[in-house]
Design a protein around this ligand. Structure first.
Ligand code: NDP
Length: 246
């Protein structure tokens, strides 16, 4: 078990990639704290993680609200006494062409994807700095590297997450905290289930490995980035995209 006696917080961990990471880390011995905005999916995820034999804490928390994040992190510390790993995974899309994009859609995406990452990292980093150890993995996107028409808000938020990752890696390195990002391509989750058959076929043509990725493909890389095998890696962006962006 690679993560025996570790404590991991995963935002947006009730479904999709976040839940896959939670289940994989639980299998590897980590206790798990997940926060999400949906109480029903949180309960389902809690049962699935508990079935792996680990302690679980769930919290209905909107990562855009600093006060809620602070309260949740305090509950995690009260229950587990420490935080070894933070996975900033909560994310949303509100796609639309620039000229038709509302302020609300711009703000919502920047707020969850970028401000949420800032909020959680800021609060958790304080505890990690005291323990002089920690691993942070931010889930970005290849769209944050290459951009995408119709996703200016999403691309800006994920590009921001990548720049944030590189800056925080430099800031926290002296405290033995490694900070990296994973940039998935197209992964089979509810987020991509919304895509039409036509769009999926067009995407598939751009993927050299000719298939969508699975949440487990992302979870495996996150596991590597929080394990001792990546001790000398910080400030990096690992693409999990089937060769789509080179
Ligand atoms: P999903 O939509 O399947 O899951 C996202 C989770 O985050 C949901 O449980 C959602 O809750 C939760 N969430 C949304 N807003 C908030 C919030 N304000 N506070 C807390 N939790 C919140 O997405 P994926 O699993 O596909 O994506 C996970 C991450 O991976 C995201 O950051 C996404 O941008 C990124 N990514 C995904 C790709 C893909 O192809 N799927 C590709 C590249 C990156 P609710 O159930 O209520 O919606």
């Amino acid at each position: 078990m690679i993560l025996k006696n570790k404590v991991t917080i995963i935002t947006g961990g009730a479904r999709g990639i976040g839940k896959a990471i939670a289940l994989k880390f639980a299998e590897e011995g980590s206790d798990i704290a997940i926060c999400d905005v949906n109480a029903d999916t949180l309960n389902v995820a809690r049962e699935e993680i508990e079935a792996k034999g680990r302690s679980v804490l769930t919290g209905k928390v909107d990562v855009t609200k600093l006060e809620d994040v602070q309260k949740f992190i305090q509950k995690v510390l009260d229950k587990f006494s420490k935080i070894d790993i933070l996975i900033n995974n909560a994310g949303i899309t509100r796609d639309g062409l620039l000229v038709r994009m509302s302020d609300a859609d711009w703000d919502a995406v920047l707020s969850v994807n970028l401000k949420g990452t800032f909020n959680c990292t800021k609060v958790v980093a304080k505890s990690m700095m005291k323990s002089r150890a920690g691993r942070i993995v931010n889930i970005a996107s290849i769209i944050g590297i290459v951009g995408n028409g119709g996703q200016a808000n999403y691309a800006a938020s994920k590009g921001g997450v990548i720049a944030f990752t590189k800056s925080i890696a430099k800031e926290l390195a002296s405290r033995n905290i490694n900070v990296n990002a994973v940039a998935p391509g197209f992964i089979e989750t509810d987020m991509t289930a919304k895509l039409s058959e036509d769009v999926r076929n067009r995407i598939m043509k751009q993927v050299p490995l000719a298939k969508l990725g699975s949440p487990d493909d992302v979870a495996n890389v996150a596991l590597f980035l929080v394990s001792d095998a990546s001790n000398y890696i910080t400030g990096q962006v690992v693409q999990v995209d089937g060769g789509m962006v080179t």
